[in-house]
Ligand binder design. Sequence first.
Ligand SMILES: Nc1nc2c(c(=O)[nH]1)N[C@H]1C(S)=C(S)[C@@H](COP(=O)(O)OP(=O)(O)OC[C@H]3O[C@@H](n4cnc5c(N)ncnc54)[C@H](O)[C@@H]3O)O[C@H]1N2
Ligand code: MOO
Length: 399
Amino acid sequence: MVGGNTALLPVPEALARLLALAPAPETEQAPLLAALGRTLTAPIHAVRTQPAADLSAMDGYALRFAELGQLLTVVGEAAAGAAPFTIQPGQAARIFTGAAVPASADVILVQEEAARDGDRLTLNGEGPPAPGAHIRRKGYDFSAGELLIPAGTVVTAAVIALAAAAGHATLPVPRRPRVVILSTGNELVPPGMPVTGVQLPSSNAPMLAALLARLPVEVEDRGIVRDDLATITEAFRDAAQTADIIVTTGGASVGDHDLVRPALIAAGAEIDFWRIALRPGKPLLAGHIGKTIALGLPGNPGSAYVTALLFLLPLAARCAGAEHLLPQPHDMRIAGPLPATGPRRDYVRAFTRDGEAHPILGQDSAALRRLPEADLLVLREAHSPPAEAGTVVTAIRIA
Ligand SMILES: Nc1nc2c(c(=O)[nH]1)N[C@H]1C(S)=C(S)[C@@H](COP(=O)(O)OP(=O)(O)OC[C@H]3O[C@@H](n4cnc5c(N)ncnc54)[C@H](O)[C@@H]3O)O[C@H]1N2
Ligand code: MOO
């Protein structure tokens, strides 16, 4: 018998079995911008010293502190990027911010406190308080060989700035796993296309792509696959050539047109589990074709959304060597009653108001109308008794 009443796998076990399929991420050297959002797999050391020389922090004159207040002769000009030169006693150099300080100068007089007449320079103000003023010393930021950024750091714009300054054009990060999305169902048409009769737009694929966009993964939506065993099998075979993860929606249940599982088997997959003790999301299916992991999500849009949050994102994050995105569950009071649960763990879509979890009325897994309001999933174990308003429950923030 297909499906039958075989015991449903508990959610934690299903998640552990799914994550166990994920291979250790491979490292690649990615160009700086391409590494954005990924996690460093190795520490970053400076390959150069910054600054590479003593540099002026101000526009003004480089001179000897001991000669401050004397009449000095301006002998040259130091601009950022120009090679440093030397000044003799009695001399000063015109200097600009970022320029190398001439050897034997030990202070910068800012131009607002200087009086210049041709090449003659005198003090016209208080002047710098001590030798070294307005000079950024060679290597004060970092020196070649120093550890700058530990492994495990997420690459941000600031990390990119530091790495670039330290002499790097690429960074060691996990290769972005390729996720292929297949939407099964003869009733589906691409979003925005005309629908006739009982056709409906495929909302699951753009929803999944949007969730995955939070992670450093490559997403390819391969569109709608017709409910035909050979067609779905071919789509799996084809996707398995390049994908690290194939995620499907629909066709995961027990009906005659639910062909994802048989097609996976026909494509040479091993099925790791099918049907779990989760509401919504019972028909969840996991398998692998060689190294490619296949995750079959239910077609109902509410179920696809919840199972994507609970299974697809952790899987994709694991394959990407990235942090799991959902925060740890926390305690919260519910603002309204909840009925007893059945044999499946229930994830109730809810929204936060005044610090309480408000369960959204109408939890039908096919309904989308109120999904945008849900910023929480209230987790209720299987066989829980009814819960009154005010009961403390476990909630997971999803938005
Ligand atoms: N006899 C049983 N029937 C069903 C069971 C069961 O255990 N025994 N499980 C039910 C549960 S729970 C779910 S959830 C659904 C999911 O089944 P499938 O994964 O096979 O999904 P479909 O039947 O293909 O589609 C369900 C529903 O979702 C719509 N859909 C599908 N794909 C999309 C998409 N890309 N975008 C928007 N909407 C989509 C589809 O039109 C259907 O209305 O099975 C129950 N049945
Ligand atoms: O498990 Mo289904 O996803 O309840 O509707």
